[in-house]
Each structure stands twice: as structure tokens, then as C-alpha cells.
Design a protein around this ligand. Sequence first.
Ligand code: FAD
Ligand code: NAP
Length: 479
Amino acid sequence: MKCSVIMHTTSDKKNGRSIMSLKMVKKFSHFSNKVTPRVCIVGSGPAGFYACQQLLKLCADVHVDILERLPVPYGLVRFGVAPDHPKVKNVINTFHKIAKNSRVNFMGNINVGEDITVEELKNNYHAVLLAYGSDQDKVLGIPGETLNNVISGRQFVGWYNGVPFDKDLKVNLDTEEALVVGQGNVALDIARILLTPIDELKKTDITSYALEQLSQSRIRKVWLVGRRGPLQAAFTTAELREISKMQNCTTMWRSEDFQAIEEHLLNLPRPKKRMIELMLNNLSHTTFAKENSTKMKILAPIFFRSPKEIIGTNFVQRVILTKNNVTGDNFLTARAVPTCFEEEISCGLVIKSIGYKSVQIDKDIPFDQCVGRIINSYGKVKDNLYAAGWAATGPTGVILSTMTNAFQIGNLINQELDLSHPKVGTKRLIEIFKEKNVAIVRFEDWEKIDKVECERGKILGKPREKIVDIAEMLKIALS
Ligand code: FAD
Ligand code: NAP
């Protein structure tokens, strides 16, 4: 038996054209109409919630359990999206509605791979979807990477956003210059947080301890180092424009990085063209007056440079960069090739923002250790096992693209549901967790945490004060 979608072609008389409409029709075979379709989703980030939404839409009597490692839901929407981008977090309203659906059961504080195996899940559900994201980082593999104050971008983001595992990260901001390796949107988020006036951050849900340390920060200049050129920069125009417009900060481009770029302008796709024009426009406005003003902070993007070595005795003191040439016919896939030219940058903080990486949470998950993602073909891993979101695609893409991916995998799961045998689902999981003494945090329990966070935030004039300690979360949730 399957819950299936039938495409109906209807005529839109007003416009005299044919339109396709999706109508959900449930087909029952004669023997299995009592079987409730049971799907388990691992991870409560955008991929998990959007796949769940699609399943609810396509399959009228499906029951979905969402298992989440932490006592709190929403993945990187809570723990990644920058605190000064509150509108992006509005997707939480949609996720909240999904979680409140009577066919959905959220179970937080469940670490799949540790508290329960994927095999156990496969045995108890008609389909299991792995949507557990990417929560490790790539490494540079260069000397000096383990010096004090050389930290991963993922952990720095986790520190200011209240990831329980990163709350004790040692960050020393008692230095004038920081160097961020990588030029993606995460690198821009990090640079912006380091450069934003503290009064603006006070109004956000940034953690209080990060706010306290940022208020003492002496950082005046942030270098943003990319191994390839402006044409290959990974950040996007809106995010670049935002940082370029900051009142207290000037962006100092290096004119040598833009030599011969204008000849490419005509042939660039529109979004790329707009971004390069923004850089060129900024470049022409960069003035020494701005740089020398003591009030002004500086964002200093550098292209065609890779870190070769990080130097320091105990703390980082400077970084040696190798100059690269960029070669290849296609400007997007062109590669950075090192030259023998080197450059040194003094800095007291290095943040490596070179991308996230997923991990194999269970031995039964086929996993590509090099790329850091689950081996899958368009979301299919193996019989009744699927993957979606960053765990499946690798750590690129925004909430919207994750949503599109999750919808597709939701469709696939629905098409392939084999309901020839009933599955126990939730009931069996509850027994297993009881046997192992693992406390389940239900969605209503999370709402208690949410309420306390919002109340504490109100006192401080911010949307919420995140609780960063798992024991405290559990105490509130299970009280
Ligand atoms: P995640 O959001 O990471 O969700 C995975 C979930 O699985 C997490 O809740 C995790 O706790 C859980 N999990 C992990 N392991 C287990 C386990 N063993 N058992 C059970 N659960 C587990 N996109 C935008 O559109 N706008 C932005 O402004 C934006 N800002 C971003 C900022 C940062 C710093 C980062 C890193 C990304 C940002 N993105 C942004 C991208 C966006 O966050 C991702 O596209 C999206 O979150 C990926 O969704 P996901 O569900 O695959 O992974
Ligand atoms: P990313 O966009 O892939 O950027 C990674 C950066 O690290 C690139 O500049 C990359 O350079 C560089 N890099 C990788 N390996 C390197 C190495 N060994 N040495 C030097 N540099 C290296 O990843 P991200 O910034 O982590 O962002 C992840 C996703 O989240 C992206 O899709 C992003 O758009 C999204 N996001 C969106 C927002 C937003 O919408 N506001 C905010 C944050 C994140 P190369 O290009 O040369 O590989």
C-alpha cells in the first residue's frame, strides 16, 4: 500500500490554459488498510521539519516521530543563523505548527547512534529519514592550527549562539586584529558579529556571556582571507551589502585583487555581476581618511591567499599566507594553485570558517568520510533508509534549498512506503528509552524551556536568553 499523489490536469477557463493541480488520493489495498504508516525522522532542523511537513501533506494517516539529540529543536535555525538576523528565524513558526500536528511526535534528548541504533529504528518504522545535519568542521592541516586563539568558525558561531557543547570555548578578544579564513556567508556572519557595535547586539538573542566578552573586545580590524579570487567568493551579495553598509565599519578592498576583472564583467551571470560591481563600487570609495579614523572599524578582504602556517608561542601572533594563482577555464570551478610568494599578517585571533562536515552517527549508515556526508542517491540510502538536508547533500545551501531537498525526499519516502507489515513505532521506542533510562523531552517540555528563555530575555530587553546548559534544560523540561 502507498499513500500516493495523483496529478490532475484541470482547465483554468479564465486564462484559457491548462494548469496542473496536485490532489492527494489515498489508495488502499484490500488487506492493509489498518496499517498506520510510521516514519521516523532523525534531526529537527529545517530538513527534518520540512520533510515531515511534506509527509503530512501527502500521506493522510502517516505518523511521524522526530528524534532530536538536544532537548531543544530547530537545529541551525536556533544555533547557526546569526542573532542579528531574527527574521530568518521566522521559519520556526512553521516548524512549531508542524510539531503541534496530532500525527507528529517530537522526542528530544535522544542521541541516535548512542541511545538507539539505526537498525532498531529501521525495525520499528516503515521508513527512517536521517536529517541530522553537519556538526563538525573541516580542518586546514597546517602547522600552528592548535595554538591558543585559533578556533573553528563552527564553534565560534556555537559560542555566541548558545550551543551547549561550545559554551566554554576559550575566545580571547583582547587583540586589535583578527583573521578569518574562508569567504563564505558563515565567515561574513562571524566578521559582522566581531565588528558590530555592542548596543546593536544587545537587542538580539546572542548569549549573555558572548555579549559580555564582545563588549570588552579590542578588535578593530578583521581580515577575511579567500584562497581564490573575487569571481569565486562564496558569500552572497545581500550579505556582502549588509556588512559593507555598516556605519561604524569600512570595507578595505585591495585593488591588486581586482586587476583585469572588468573584462569578465560582461559575461558573468547576473547575481555574480551584481556582486563584483558592489565590490568595485566599494573599492573606489575606500579612502585613507576612513582607514585612519580611530572610530572606524575595518573589514579587510584579501583574495588569492591560503594560510600556510600559523605562528605564535602560546597564542597566535601572525599567519603566513601563500599567494595563489587561479587556473581553469570555468571561473566557478577554477582551482587555487600556490606560488612561491608569501605574505605575513599579524593577528591575535584566527577563526577558521572553511565549512562544516557531517559525521557517521551509526556504523550502519554508509558514509563518505572524505566528503563528510551520507552516501545516498537522490536521498535514498538503502531499503527504508533515507537522508535529507546537510547530512545528505553536504554542508552547503540555505534554508530554502534545504526545504526543496527535504520536500523531494518526503515525496520519495511517500512513494516507496511499504505498508505490507505493521510497525510498532513510538511505543517500542518509549520502552527502549525507559530500559536505558533516557529521559524523553516532548514538544510540550521544550515549550517550558522556550517560555523560561523568553521570560529571561524580556528582563534583559532581548527576544530570549538562551539556556546553554543541558542539565538546566532538562530540569526545566522535566519538572
Ligand atoms: P541542521 O539545521 O543542522 O539540523 C540537524 C539537526 O539534527 C540538529 O537539530 C541536530 O541537533 C540534530 N542531530 C544531530 N545529530 C543527531 C543525532 N545523533 N541524533 C538526533 N539528532 C541529531 N540559511 C539561511 O537561509 N539563512 C541564514 O541566515 C543562514 N545562516 C546560517 C548560519 C550558519 C552559521 C550556518 C552554519 C548555516 C546557516 N544557514 C542559513 C544554512 C541553514 O542553517 C541550513 O541550510 C540548514 O539548517 C540545514 O538544515 P539541516 O536540517 O540539514 O541541518
Ligand atoms: P561555504 O559557503 O562553502 O564557504 C566556505 C569557504 O571556505 C569558501 O570560501 C572556501 O573557499 C573556503 N575554504 C574551504 N576549504 C578551504 C581550505 N582548505 N583553505 C582555505 N579556504 C577554504 O561554507 P559556509 O560559509 O560554511 O556556509 C555554508 C552554507 O550556509 C552556505 O551555503 C551559505 O550560503 C549558508 N549560509 C547562509 C547564510 C545566509 O543566508 N545569510 C549565512 C550563513 C551560512 P573555496 O570557495 O575556494 O572552496
